[in-house]
Design a protein around this ligand. Structure first.
Ligand SMILES: CC(C)(COP(=O)(O)OP(=O)(O)OC[C@H]1O[C@@H](n2cnc3c(N)ncnc32)[C@H](O)[C@@H]1OP(=O)(O)O)[C@@H](O)C(=O)NCCC(=O)NCCSC(=O)C[C@H](O)C(=O)O
Ligand SMILES: [Mg+2]
Length: 294
């Protein structure tokens, strides 16, 4: 069955920031990502790891999806991070700087054969030049028994900019081809995909423009770094009123007895096919889930 869980806003919180972790219990985000990677100084990682396990096990985050971002499989921290993830049992483990299917399989080895980890998904961050080159193959690992837990891709645009030396900021022209390539890889394998972060959390207009752009590119939501970004991400990644009205109109039109045997109809001078009814059904389901939540 298709995964239509809303992931409009996915908030990163440093694993070492207990104040922000507590605060997030009252924030209207869809997803919380407890970070053990780049926001945590190396010397502090062991303490942050313990802290995150304790916080996730204690719960209190309601409907929010709980994710733990672990250090890359190539680092000295990975094994301990994965052991901690098994203890914490988040909804998903986010693998950072993924460059090959082997890294997905390495994470799976920690989870395999343990009934208590059955519900833990794997998400992969693509944020290196190598990862971008091999993104289709990484996404396709979902078709293998060792990669079946892979559910989504996340973009790490800060690292992409660092690795490739393209100019960041502005309208993201230099990275657009890679963002589109990532969307294509995700859609090919029926994975969800979340856009990278917008660092300038005081710039509301710039953030809104980037959300609108990400949505137009086909992203399912935005990874964010600050509470000030939640409202805009939730608003711009939710179906708009016009989209919901149109979806209702399409479904109602195909439900009429005279259209029961038709593959294509006209609504107000526009061609509408059964494929549009499928999109409309998805839009309405997403909308209803969001409404029920709020
Ligand atoms: C960016 C920040 C360091 C800013 O922190 P600060 O100066 O403390 O912000 P404010 O004073 O404006 O905070 C106001 C209140 O909001 C709470 N807060 C702030 N950030 C968060 C958060 N992320 N989650 C929950 N709550 C948050 C503060 O506690 C204040 O509340 P109160 O105490 O009640 O007054 C900070 O926002 C931050 O650390 N953000 C997350 C950074 C992070 O996790 N970075 C790593 C992931 S991003 C990344 O790596 C991208 C990717 O890999 C790539 O390559 O692109
Ligand atoms: Mg990164």
């Amino acid at each position: 069955m298709e995964d239509i869980r809303p992931r409009r806003s996915a908030l990163y919180i440093p694993g070492s920031n207990t104040r922000a972790q507590e605060k997030a219990k009252g924030l209207p985000v869809d997803t919380i990502i407890f970070d053990l990677e780049d926001s945590v100084f190396d010397e502090v990682k062991p303490k942050a790891r313990e802290q995150v396990v304790e916080t996730i096990r204690a719960g209190g985050y309601g409907h929010r999806e709980i994710v733990m971002r672990v250090n890359a499989a190539r680092t000295e921290f990975f094994e301990d991070d994965m052991t901690a993830a098994v203890k914490a049992k988040p909804n998903a483990v986010l693998l950072s700087k993924v460059e090959s299917t082997a890294e997905i399989f390495a994470a799976e080895r920690h989870l395999r054969g343990r009934p208590e980890t059955q519900g833990i998904a794997l998400w992969a961050m693509v944020e290196t030049a190598r990862g971008l080159q091999d993104i289709a193959e990484i996404a396709a690992s979902v078709r293998t028994p060792e990669g079946h837990r892979l559910k989504g891709l996340l973009l790490g645009t800060n690292d992409i900019i660092r690795e490739t030396a393209v100019k960041g900021g502005g309208d993201r022209t230099p990275v657009l081809p890679w963002l589109s390539m990532a969307v294509l890889a995700a859609r090919t394998e029926k994975l969800f995909i979340l856009d990278g972060v917008y660092n300038d959390f005081a710039d509301v207009k710039g953030f809104e423009a980037e959300c609108a752009q990400g949505r137009a590119l086909g992203m399912d939501g935005k990874t964010i770094i600050h509470p000030s970004q939640i409202e805009a991400a939730n608003r711009l990644y939710a179906p708009s009123k016009a989209e919901v009205d149109e979806a209702r109109e399409i479904i109602a039109a195909f439900a009429k007895p005279e259209n029961a045997q038709k593959g294509v109809i006209a609504i107000q001078g526009r061609m509408v096919e059964r494929l549009h009814a499928k999109i409309a059904t998805r839009t309405l389901k997403l909308h209803e889930t969001i409404v029920a939540r709020s």
